[in-house]
Ligand binder design. Sequence first.
Ligand code: GAP
Length: 531
Amino acid sequence: MPATTLEQLVSLSKRRGFIFQSSEIYGGLQGLFDFGPLGVELKNNIAASWWRTNVYERDDMEGLDASILMNRLTWKYSGHEETFSDPLVDCRNCKSRWRADHIKGKCPNCGSTDLSDARPFNMMFKTQVGPVADAESYAYLRPETAQGIFVNFANVQMSTARKLPFGIAQIGKAFRNEINPRNFLFRVREFDQMEIEFFVMPGTEDEWHQRWLEDRLRWWESIGVSRSHIQIYDVPKADLAHYSKRTYDLMYDYPTLGYEEIEGIASRSDYDLGSHSRDQQNLGLSAKVSPNPDSLARLTYFDPESKRHVVPFVVEPSAGIGRCFLAVLSEAYDDQIVKAPDSEKIQATADALQAFLKSVGRNEKISATARDAMLERGEAIAKSLPESLPQIETLLGMPAADQIEVGKKLRGQTQPLIDEHFRTVLHLKPHLAPIKAAVFPLKRNHDGLVSLAKGLRRDLQIGAQMRTIYDDTGAIGKLYRRQDEIGTPFCITVDFQSLEDQTVTVRDRDTMQQERVPTNELRTYLQERTR
Ligand code: GAP
């Protein structure tokens, strides 16, 4: 069962070092996160999978890594200076600021309806370039990686002699001064985008738009994001971005949030190349663009068949790594019963949970928001016991839960049950798993076992380039649980038999089955199963 709440993912991410709040020791900064030791591995593996599928496994793609700061005319002619805005409202009562389309006419902070009219707020961050701070010396942190591709179109096309259709792929940082960053990695101010600008002959863009839609859905499936959790939203004309002719938003069913955009696949017509091109009036553009007296280049393609210069049309699949990271974790997450608790114990927990909820309902010291949130969560948990038992931990971690005295009793009752009967496991696709294998010696104070285990780890990590860890800090059962929780597909135990016949036990994360594998076949065995 995938994650049911965002809190499960937040809690796992913090506990196991996937994600940290940025500059946490100074109180953090809203909408900014750091990827910890496991997070950076998962993020890099997502990026590598995207690059492999979209660049290496196709014949029509090139890669690019453009700079984050660009001449600010880029953002003038891309249309971002004028239109990259969200509607901002002020609450006159508590002075907070909100994105108008995210609140329903009422301040989420104080409940006041005394709000200003909405006005556009441009989301691009500005920074100074060079030592002189004057009106001319600023640049923007790019709000999308796409423009780095458009302004390099001619460089790439001429240096590679590519013919249409072909695409340029890029993965890199983007920055948006979101008015209200929220929902963990979902809406942040600094994030990584994976973008493709695919250049096609005018008139073929609709066909390519459909093909990219299918290709992208296939990739999501290949990284474990089930097709049944994605909806395709054909964005209505009135809501299209300024550059778009038609856009499909892929909407993923995030826990807690419901269906939200994970990727946009836009048909951008000849808007971008046309906007950045000189000599626009002679290009026969279909898009409405602003006059550009500043560009030094004519961004056209000479079509050898028709012997004409054309401005290519563009199809753009664009996804954020953070949103992908959340979806991957959510799909992989599983609080699994390994041994069913007996019915008496379940009944006792159900009673303790009801006592807790009753106490929450009666408590007048906690805010109505905290109370309602706990009651809603608690009732959902009560309905699906015993599967939902591990979620009691999340309930007890909610705001104001620590003020409920009977919470201690509930925790005391559930914790041993969770430890004995459940395991949290991330069923990550092996090629995405941060750690591919973990090696344990059966005894940590036995020289022969330790030295064989450490040797295997070194061989797998350095020799086979597979992220592998060595752990001897607990009983084997506990070490298995620790690896299950971070999605390590294979655990290898070195035992006394290993010293005699050079075999080890390899335990599969998902089936929990073990088999003996000769040490000299271990590399190949794991490589074949973690690709
Ligand atoms: N070049 C097109 C473009 O940037 P977009 O729909 O604004 O289009 C593309 O963004 C993707 O970038 C989104 O589908 C989402 O995955 C990600 N994204 C956008 N804003 C984000 C934010 N504030 N935090 C996290 N990811 C974001």
